[in-house]
Design a protein around this ligand. Sequence first.
Ligand code: ITT
Length: 188
Amino acid sequence: MPKSFDLFFASSNNHKFLEAKNILDAFGIKLSFSKMNLEEIQSNSLKEIALKKARNAYSKCKKPIIVEDDGLFIDSLGGFPGPYSSYVFKTIGNKGILNLLKNNRSAKFISIIVYCDETTIQSFDAKLDGVISKSQKGQGWGYDPIFVPKNSQKTLAEITNKNELSHRYNALKEFSNWYLHKLKSIDQ
Ligand code: ITT
């Protein structure tokens, strides 16, 4: 097993950290929380937002960090709320989203994970396809009660294995492959 270094998850969102920690534990990577409010630029590109967030977080804590930027993209709304998912959740919430939708309910969650240290910045992205349910179901956070992943009848808030199939899981799996390889090459 390669040497493990301190790795921090910089975010204001406890839910995201707890899920990321649980997912990375399964890959043998220990994650600590660096709770902070991160400056978010306005952009239509999640990747651009995530890269800026990562640089900003690294300049504050000067330790190897990962940050994550997510978006819920709804097809019939032209990809809305996308990069504005956090703001839209705080303003109109799940009820507001449900009121906007008619027949076509296809949507996807996208996660961008960015790793940053003194010399390296690297991004990983993944998606989870699904549909928006007709009503809220389950007790999850954020958009979980209205998002039904492809091949499921239940929302992310109702299933017990979210951390084995989510957009976050898919992006962190890519990250883990890269990160463990990086640690191994430092070890040699
Ligand atoms: P940061 O401090 O890490 O930026 P944030 O909550 O602002 O935290 P994002 O901008 O990345 O995070 O996320 C956009 C929003 O999308 C988030 O606030 C949630 O409302 C929603 N979201 C993201 N991932 C989700 C998930 O797995 N389940 C449900 N909602 C999610």
